[in-house]
Design a protein around this ligand. Structure first.
Ligand SMILES: Cc1cc2nc3c(=O)[nH]c(=O)nc-3n(C[C@H](O)[C@H](O)[C@H](O)COP(=O)(O)OP(=O)(O)OC[C@H]3O[C@@H](n4cnc5c(N)ncnc54)[C@H](O)[C@@H]3O)c2cc1C
Length: 145
């Protein structure tokens, strides 16, 4: 996958720009060709990078995920748990409680749904539909004061 300068600036803020550069390769220039072999267009990524203050790179998505996972777990080994499907949530004025398909639940101050664009079971939950009925749709962010 490609990470453009803006993504690299975000990784810099997380202290992950250098390891991302090491795991990937810098994009100097891209060229798009027509089926005739004629050049359709080109982008000078080196110049863009200079202007934006960060290079653009290509790296394997698994390498990026591993970087993010290692960095997150370095702060708290329990911070990322996989294999748990969120099937819904409930909230009151004090807290929000996420429910999982294995019968477990987790409570916290804020619940951030980062379940991608594929419709998920959590997005089909009645609590999410309640939000949708308030005009807050899947993919949007909700932060209450
Ligand atoms: C073919 C392709 C090529 C792309 N190339 C690039 C590129 O070169 N550069 C770039 O910057 N972007 C690229 N993108 C876009 C990039 O992949 C997405 O923007 C990014 O993955 C979105 O991240 P996300 O964390 O929001 O969602 P996702 O990566 O979709 O992650 C969502 C996660 O939530 C999990 N999940 C879903 N429902 C539940 C649930 N109920 N309970 C628990 N977990 C759940 C899913 O299993 C998944 O692991 C590409 C996308 C595609 C499809």
């Amino acid at each position: 996958m490609s990470l453009w300068s803006n993504a690299m600036v975000a990784l810099r803020r997380l202290g992950l720009e250098a390891p991302a550069l090491k795991a990937g390769s810098v994009i100097e220039r891209t060229r798009t060709f027509l089926s005739t072999g004629e050049v359709f267009g080109s982008v000078d990524f080196a110049a863009l990078g200079e202007k934006a203050g960060a290079a653009s790179i290509c790296l394997h998505p698994a390498a990026l995920q591993q970087l993010l996972l290692d960095a997150t777990r370095a702060g708290d080994p329990q911070s990322v748990q996989i294999g748990r499907e969120c099937i819904g949530f409930a909230e009151n004025t004090a807290e929000v409680c996420a429910r999982f398909s294995d019968g477990s639940s987790e409570r916290g101050d804020v619940l951030i749904g980062a379940d991608g664009i594929t419709p998920s079971s959590a997005a089909n939950s009645s609590a999410w539909k309640d939000l949708a009925s308030q005009g807050i749709s899947h993919g949007a962010a909700l932060l209450k004061e």
